[in-house]
Design a protein around this ligand. Structure first.
Ligand code: ARG
Length: 392
């Protein structure tokens, strides 16, 4: 499966569908599963408790069930939609950053299903989330899929991403965007005359009943961070950079059987997403050998631990550079502590946390973070994010 398309690529991207996950040495027995929970009832009970909906819950549940059974989308107020978006984040088993779920800004764009309207809303989304580095978590919810029709779709994996040009047997740029880059070129995208490994891709938007259309990336709204190292001056010469904010586009938001096929969502990065995965994975930018060579490490032996040493310096560069640029990003130790606080808060609220251990544990310093020692279960709670439809 394509692990990197998922909402919180901070783990190691192992399989889906497993029930209990956890450190194999600490795994307890299976925890009770939440199957059989009525999403409608649970949602409106919480919405009423939060003062967002008015009761009686049973009437509203019956009305919405009838509507959905008749093939209509669930009819939520804007405040209810915002709660649904926040709950989908709170339920996202792969995300370590959920302590902040209440702070999510949900933008109600359910009246927008055409690509031109989407373009405007996406530009606004980028501005609302970036804020010169003071990143704020934002979700924009576009028109839902109607019966028998495709809902609006954003073809890009994320609002920001670097082209991956196929050049003979190799790829210049980010190999994860190879297919999207091909698609953009076929639609007439003109890449910069001099192609680089960090060329930002345009957007490919598919409105309801429309063909895919190319839209220029609003460059003035994009923040990027060039990577430098706190003590190694040569690091800047590697020419590495990354963008400020990940906005995941290739998932649909599912709320009470209604699919919002375009519901881009993102917040600030955790450093290891960039330093351990995007730049380090062999199938991505694969920069560890170059970093190790500049560090003068012995790559002829695995047990010189050249990979680990290069990873540490690369991650140090990410943390240092985002801080220097005034761009919010969390280190994995802080994120792990925040996740433990999230678990405590959920417990205090009488809720069970749904979490996938293989995604929550950071790819650096695993056992040195608290989350490593925490048994977890993916309860598949709803509302939820699901992989987008019709993707390769
Ligand atoms: N792992 C993905 C990436 O590196 C981003 C997923 C969302 N992450 C987040 N911190 N909101 O681009």
């Amino acid at each position: 499966m394509d692990a990197d398309r998922l909402i919180s690529g901070v783990g190691r991207g192992a399989g889906e569908g497993a029930g209990v996950s956890g450190c194999p040495f600490h795994a307890g027995g299976p925890l009770p599963a939440s199957d059989g929970v009525d999403e409608f009832a649970a949602f409106f009970e919480e919405a009423v408790a939060e003062g967002i909906s008015t009761g009686p819950v049973s009437d509203r549940v019956a009305a919405e069930k009838a509507r959905v059974a008749a093939g209509q989308p669930v009819a939520l107020s804007t405040a209810e939609l915002a709660l649904a978006g926040r709950l989908a984040w709170r339920n996202q088993a792969r995300c370590i950053g959920r302590l902040f779920w209440r702070s999510l800004l949900v933008r109600d764009a359910r009246g927008v299903g055409d690509s031109v309207g989407m373009y405007t809303a996406l530009c606004e989304h980028l501005a609302a989330t970036t804020r010169q580095g003071e990143i704020r978590p934002v979700m924009t919810v576009f028109a839902p899929a109607r019966p028998g029709r495709c809902g609006p779709i954003i073809r890009n994996r994320q609002l920001l991403g670097y082209a991956g040009y196929e050049e003979g047997g190799r790829v210049l740029g980010d190999p994860i965007n190879r297919a999207l880059t091909r698609e953009a070129l076929a639609l007439g995208w003109q890449p910069p005359r001099e192609r680089t490994a960090f060329d930002l891709l345009p957007w490919i938007l598919v409105g309801e009943d429309e063909r895919p259309a190319l839209f220029p990336l609003p460059r003035e709204l994009v923040m990027e961070v060039p990577l430098t190292h706190p003590t190694l001056p040569w690091f800047a010469e590697l020419g590495l950079r990354w963008y400020a904010v990940p906005v995941v586009c290739d998932q649909r938001l599912r709320v009470m059987e209604t699919d919002f096929t375009a519901a881009p969502f993102g917040g600030w990065y955790m450093g290891t997403e960039i330093g351990c995965r995007n730049l380090a994975d062999e199938q991505r930018y694969n920069v560890l050998p170059a970093v190790a060579d500049r560090l003068g490490l012995d790559r002829s032996r695995r047990d010189s631990l050249w990979r680990e040493r290069a990873l540490v310096e690369l991650n140090a560069a990410v943390l240092h550079s985002y801080a220097a640029a005034g761009c919010r990003l969390v280190d994995h130790h802080t994120a792990s502590d925040e996740f433990m606080r999230f678990c405590a808060m959920e417990k205090a609220a009488g809720r069970e946390v749904s979490a996938a251990w293989d995604w929550i544990v950071p790819p650096l310093a695993g056992a040195a973070t608290k989350v490593f020692h925490l048994p977890m279960q993916d309860r598949k709670l709803r509302p939820q994010f699901l992989p987008g439809e019709g993707r390769d």
